[in-house]
Design a binder for this molecule. Structure first.
Ligand code: GLN
Length: 306
């Protein structure tokens, strides 16, 4: 069932009282400036129709949502074995920026959606592309059908200034032989991807390819194959919300990916892609009101992959 604009408005009003219960990310100082009261949602149906409510056209930092885009780009450039010999496919059960398993598991990250995994994927992109940030921007602009999508340079610079933990993760992987390029430029690219500034409408359009077997909105050229699209959705369902992935599956029941900017994308395969935004996060780094909005939407339209 296609959600109506009225339904989306009602859902936002139902979850708005949750604002105040979470915490805006402040470990990247530029993100701490974002007003906590923003709340938006957009649904992109596979026929191209967009249904939206609230602050759905205001750009925000997509942060870890970009990890899905970098993995997708890597899957277009590499054979499966070249990727999956360097990063796993298992939920981590630990925080997105945890290093605890890396030491125990010989520098192989649990999955591509935690920081360590996304850094390996960024290393892969760096090895194969002469201008990875440019290529990413080109891809995202075309998927979002929006030539104005851009990197927020202030957010990227702010993260670079506070990059000790991500740098430590990358150096540890390099010590284990699972990082082939100089750490600093790869970190710079990774922070750039995280600092992409997009709205809920941009994101819902962008992730349409995962609702449509790898076919981006408005094209007849597949970005990835139906099998690859299914594989990414499976990884999103199991690993997309870090140590909150089980809770998200229980409450929402869709493949999803969060970011510490407060955005979450969710996919109903075969039907629609959804993006929500509310900056306050829970202890796992997932949007409090965003998760609640997706849970209500899933229930009201009767959709779940389970
Ligand atoms: N750029 C953030 C980081 O590396 C992304 C984390 C996130 O969104 N969970 O810490």
């Amino acid at each position: 069932m296609k959600p109506s604009k009225q339904l989306l408005n009602d859902i936002l009003e139902e979850v708005r009282p949750l604002i105040g219960q979470g915490k805006v990310a402040d470990y990247i100082p530029a993100l701490a400036q974002v007003p906590a009261n923003r709340l938006g949602i957009a649904v992109c149906y596979n026929d191209g129709e967009i249904i939206q409510a609230g602050d759905s056209e205001e750009g925000f930092s997509i942060q870890s949502i970009s990890k899905v885009l970098s993995l997708t780009l890597a899957m277009t450039l590499y054979e499966a074995d070249e990727i999956w010999s360097r990063v796993g496919k298992e939920p981590s059960g630990h925080a997105f920026n945890s290093m605890i398993q890396l030491e125990l598991e010989q520098g192989i990250p649990r999955n591509p959606f935690i920081n360590a995994g996304a850094l390996v994927v960024s290393d892969l992109l760096h090895s194969r592309l002469s201008a990875p940030q440019y290529r990413m921007l080109e891809l995202v602009r075309s998927l979002a059908c929006n030539p104005d999508v851009a990197y927020d340079k202030d957010v990227a610079a702010s993260e670079m200034q506070h990059s000790d933990r991500n740098a430590a993760i990358a150096y540890l992987m390099r010590a284990f032989g699972n990082f082939n390029n100089d750490v600093v430029p790869v970190l710079g690219n990774y922070f750039g991807y995280c600092a992409l500034k997009m709205s809920c409408v941009d994101l819902a359009r962008t992730f349409s390819y995962l609702a449509n077997k790898g076919m981006p909105l408005g094209t007849d050229t597949p970005l990835i194959s139906p099998t690859q699209s299914k594989q990414i959705n499976a990884l999103l369902a199991t690993c997309g919300l870090y140590d909150g992935a089980g809770e998200f599956a229980y409450r929402v029941g869709m493949p999803g990916k969060s970011g510490v900017g407060g955005g979450i994308v969710a996919i109903v395969p075969g039907e629609m892609s959804i993006a929500v935004w509310s900056p306050e996060l829970d202890a796992s780094g997932n949007s409090v009101a965003g998760t609640a909005a997706l849970a209500l939407l899933a229930e009201r339209i009767g959709r779940s992959i389970f």
